[in-house]
Ligand binder design. Sequence first.
Ligand code: ADP
Ligand code: MG
Length: 381
Amino acid sequence: MREVFGRSVEFRIDYASAQQNDEEDDEPVVKKRPLVLTPLNPILTFDNFVVGPNNMFAYSTCVEVAKNPGKYNPLFLYGGVGLGKTHLAQAIGHYLFRHQPDLRVIYLTSERFLNELVDSIKKGKVQDFRERFRARIDVLLLDDVQFLTGKTGIQTELFHTFNELYNLGKQIVICSDRDPSNLNSFQDRLISRFQMGVVAKIERPDEETSFKIAKKMVELEGGKLDEEVLHLVAKHFSDNLRRLRGSIIKLLMHQQISNERITVELARELLSISSIQSNFSISDKFVYLLCQEFKVTPDELFGSSRKKSILIARQVGIYVAKNYLGMSLRQIAELFKKSHPTVSHAIQKVEEEIKKKNSEILLKIERISKLLSARVSSQII
Ligand code: ADP
Ligand code: MG
């Protein structure tokens, strides 16, 4: 509340008593209850998952696994933080609870897996732990396996659990923030088992998918936000959908409390998205730095003037774009509004000057690249 209002406010929480009758009329009196070994987040279902080019393969594989547990074994899902791994793993759980309530499905984080083992050791009940995970489950959904990095004891335990389940044809799904071969200080025998089935990667969503996800999140929260606002947050937080959701919730909360329509400007302010930061791409910011450093204007830089100071700014800019920003020749040609040969020629020119140890050029390159790396790493260009 304080964050939204910028000051302390008084508030009251009202709630209805939870005595509603939760039996629905058309349901059978004796309902088969799924064996819920772990609570799942009700939102994280396949229905609520937006499919895009970034997660298509992972999504289809998960649906396939949910329909035919044991078919792709193990399924190893990986991708950056907040890109939907937990969502998909839990969606498999939901699907199975619903369609095959007899199956014993367990979802847990690797941290919990470790804690349960430690607990069982303390209580002298390791045998119970083993039986629980090796003999009494049909589907194991193990999240965030990277958490077990460097923890040898639990890795050994996981190895044996894995083998036992695998040999019985039980489905295993593992989530991780990196691919199996990048799980450093993991036992090789575990890594090779992780790679035995299907390895599916979730990438960062493109702008369109990210927008659809944002829209879905607003819908799930039962709120409403303008499309431009959704575009803003979708673009800004597409690298981590957890942050996307957090920012949406913050906006909706503000809207509800203050009764103020969220405009793009207000959203920027509330989420501290500076307009420079979100409106300009790295290359725009690069041009800005270049012009400042060489005291030229963008028009001069992109124009055809052969004036020495402008020519040098242009050539050094092209060189830095190639070697420090990793842009392709085509991208550089587009940015500088020049032909391909002109771009190649500029790079050659600067390379010659570097060979001749032209200190003026060398100094400029160093300054620009320093400014760039400082700004890029702190993302405030
Ligand atoms: P991870 O486990 O990969 O770190 P999560 O599964 O926790 O990421 O996802 C972060 C948030 O983004 C969750 O709220 C999740 O529901 C949401 N999310 C991720 N991908 C999608 C998607 N494709 N469609 C809808 N929501 C998504
Ligand atoms: Mg997760």
